[in-house]
Design a protein around this ligand. Structure first.
Ligand SMILES: Cc1ncc(COP(=O)(O)O)c(C=O)c1O
Length: 400
């Protein structure tokens, strides 16, 4: 009898964590390494949010909370959906989890039977297929094209849906491409979904507040209210409020699904950290001034990185609407010889040679299901980004 569960044979370790680990090891050995692998804002959590947590500790809010979250936070989430997305969800239709990650995981756990399919546009966030596989489902990938700014077409979505499709997993702005769907682009997809009433929609809106220029964020139920009864709208405070370590995510959806997720969470972690929940109440109800300030900084970094990457030989980089990632193609370098003498055959070769030659750590696109590309996180200072892009330009010029 095997000791480890069969489910583990279907799961890959996270490539993004592996890159961060490798960069840390090289740094520890004395190498000058710039890590562009991180999936978190480099800003600190705003002071009003930290204070709310400290106040919660001082008030003794240190006990178990209800599994789905403290009523104050569920109320704040309900208000957030009305205020920002024009969606009507009662507090009872919301659930708070230990990060957006737990929300996604428990939604799959609560709904997936062996063989159920989950349609996932590629490139995708590394955890999606692994979560689906652990729960016994089958991820069905649909490739997008760089020429279409990594956005799924209605036709391709339609073709991917089968009688076994349980969920369509939607993520805008996207990790890793930064692509965000306009209202009209999303409407084309929701029109397809209306034709397939057995398909549920799981929308991961984690990067909602990180969009640039005059782009206007839209979420599926806002665009097509007829999807209300079969959509789980997921979000969280991690990225918008620089609260990745606090581990608070949330979702709203049909009551029966929320109750099923509550049941799983009740046998698993129970309620999320009480103190972090009080901090999240302040994040959602308190001043939102922090968000536009951050967006401005991220937008400047995006423009810098896109412009410098497009000046690197063999690289082409679209300018995405949101998140803090770009997803350039390194197709022009495939078949070239790196300074170490190694021929670059894949995007994985490209990123490992780049790390070796110039000490810049990025993540290969094949880890996100679409290449030859690589992901750069620009959640770091302009000075470091500029230096990293200079090194990438130098590396590309040195490949023959
Ligand atoms: C697209 C996407 N969804 C969800 C998450 C998970 O967020 P959390 O840190 O709240 O678990 C991440 C984090 O990287 C993400 O990139």
């Amino acid at each position: 009898m095997a000791f480890l569960a069969d489910a583990l044979s279907r799961v890959k370790p996270s490539a993004t964590i592996a890159v961060s680990q490798k960069a840390r090891e090289l740094k520890a050995s004395g190498r000058d390494v710039i890590g562009l692998g991180a999936g978190e804002p480099d800003f600190d959590t705003p002071d009003n949010i930290k204070k709310a947590a400290i106040d919660a500790i001082n008030r003794g809010e240190t006990k178990y909370t209800p599994v789905s979250g403290i009523p104050e936070l569920r109320e704040a989430i309900s208000k957030k959906f009305k205020r920002e997305n024009n969606l009507d969800y009662t507090a009872a239709q919301t659930i708070v989890g230990t990060g957006g990650k737990q929300i996604l995981f428990n939604a799959f756990m609560a709904t997936i039977n062996a063989g159920d399919e989950v349609v996932i546009p590629a490139p995708y966030w590394v955890s999606y297929p692994e979560m689906v596989s652990i729960c016994g489902g089958t991820p069905v990938f649909v490739a997008t094209a760089q020429e279409n700014n990594f956005k799924l077409t209605a036709e391709d979505l339609d073709k991917a849906i089968t009688p076994k499709t349980k969920w369509f997993l939607f993520n805008s702005p996207s990790n890793p491409s930064g692509a965000a769907y306009s209202h009209a682009e999303l409407k084309a997809l929701t029109d397809v979904l209306l034709k397939h009433p057995h398909v549920w929609v799981l929308t991961d809106d984690m990067y909602e507040h990180l969009t640039y220029g005059d782009f206007k964020f839209a979420t599926p139920v806002e665009v097509e209210p007829k999807l209300y009864d079969r959509t789980l709208t997921m979000n969280g405070v991690s990225k918008a409020y620089a609260m990745t370590g606090w581990r608070i995510g949330y979702a709203a959806g049909p009551l029966a699904l929320i109750k099923a997720m509550d049941m799983i969470q009740g046998q698993q972690t129970s309620g999320a950290c009480s103190i972090a929940q009080w901090a999240a109440v302040e994040a959602l109800n308190g001043t939102q001034d922090f968000i536009p300030e951050n967006k401005k900084i991220f937008e400047g970094r995006r423009d810098l990185v896109v412009s410098m990457l497009n000046q690197a030989k063999g690289i082409s980089c679209p300018s995405p609407e949101g998140a803090f990632y770009v997803y350039p193609s390194c197709k022009g370098l495939i078949g070239k010889t790196a300074p170490t003498g190694k021929v670059i055959e894949t995007d994985e070769d490209f990123v490992s040679e780049l790390l070796e030659s110039e000490g810049v750590a990025v993540v290969h696109g094949s880890a996100f299901g679409l290449g030859p590309n690589f992901r750069i996180s620009y959640a770091t200072s302009e000075a470091l980004l500029e230096e990293a892009c200079k090194r990438i330009q130098r590396f590309c010029a040195a490949c023959k």
